[in-house]
Design a protein around this ligand. Structure first.
Ligand SMILES: N[C@@H](CCC(=O)N[C@@H](CS)C(=O)NCC(=O)O)C(=O)O
Length: 254
């Protein structure tokens, strides 16, 4: 498809009251689009608004609209982008790379994200668009939290953070060996993992990491990718007193 005539892709994105991207699934698609060098415009939507867009029938973001085609689900979108824009850098250079990314994602969404979620679900609620709050409380308490109140679920979270930090050890060990989870360059595994931290940075009022965490070397490089895709002044620190929105000072003075 010619670059000259191509219209920007529309990316439907659930945002917080401050306009920041919330969903880790949307963050990874923002990385995917940037990796492929595709222009996109964000169409902000509320949680309660998802069912009203595109004629109804959609319940989750990300959704993209590209030349009249509508694609929902981050994995389907990533595959669509590779299939459609074959001349652009691939997200999955082999089928094995796709499978490895899916495997990695399954690990993170089983062994890491739910524990983080149980620390930040109230922060999410407090920072959601006003029209989403009632829906978020009701749906989360009923479907994800076994009927428990958000306040009850997050209670004592500071005591749970050390175990969450420990669960990230496979990332640290790998990143001591290779600069990226994708090896010598970032790939979709990096995008998926960085997106989990961007989700945490979007909402946390209690940073999950410690300033000394070796993960920051990779996180900082990852947030700086594509002109600083992960740098937004509205993001919260991931370690106490260590802003996410700005590149670290040593990089500014380098
Ligand atoms: N498997 C989907 C998951 C997408 C997903 O869970 N999206 C959430 C936001 S993080 C959503 O839109 N939820 C709408 C709702 O709960 O009403 C994907 O990879 O895109």
């Amino acid at each position: 498809m010619s670059q000259v005539t191509r219209l920007p892709i529309r990316l439907y994105d659930v945002v917080l009251a401050n306009g920041v991207t919330l969903s880790p699934f949307v963050w990874r698609i923002r990385y995917a689009l940037a990796h492929k060098g595709l222009d996109y415009e964000i169409e902000p939507v509320s949680f309660t608004g998802i069912r009203k867009i595109l004629g109804g029938g959609y319940e989750q973001v990300p959704i993209i609209q590209d030349h009249g085609r509508v694609i929902a689900d981050s994995w389907k979108i990533a595959q669509y982008l590779d299939r459609t824009y074959t001349e652009r850098p691939l997200l999955f250079r082999t089928y094995g790379e796709y499978v490895a990314a899916r495997f990695f994602d399954r690990w993170m969404f089983r062994d890491v994200v739910p524990h983080m979620y149980h620390c930040y679900v109230l922060d999410n609620y407090n920072q959601a668009l006003p029209e989403d709050r009632e829906y978020l409380r009701e749906s989360r308490e009923r479907t994800f939290l076994g009927g428990r109140r958000l306040e009850e679920v997050v209670s004592g979270r500071e005591k749970r953070l050390p175990a969450i930090r420990d669960s990230l050890q496979p990332l640290r060990v790998q990143l001591a060996e290779t600069p990226w989870l994708g090896g010598l360059r970032p790939n979709y595994v990096d995008f998926c993992a960085l997106s989990v931290f961007l989700w945490a940075a979007a909402i946390n009022t209690l940073p999950p990491l410690e300033r000394s965490d070796s993960l920051f070397d990779w996180l900082n490089r990852g947030f700086d990718l594509y002109g600083g895709l992960g740098r937004d002044e509205r993001l919260h620190p991931l370690a106490p007193g260590y802003p996410t929105g700005r590149p670290p000072e040593h990089r500014l003075t380098a």
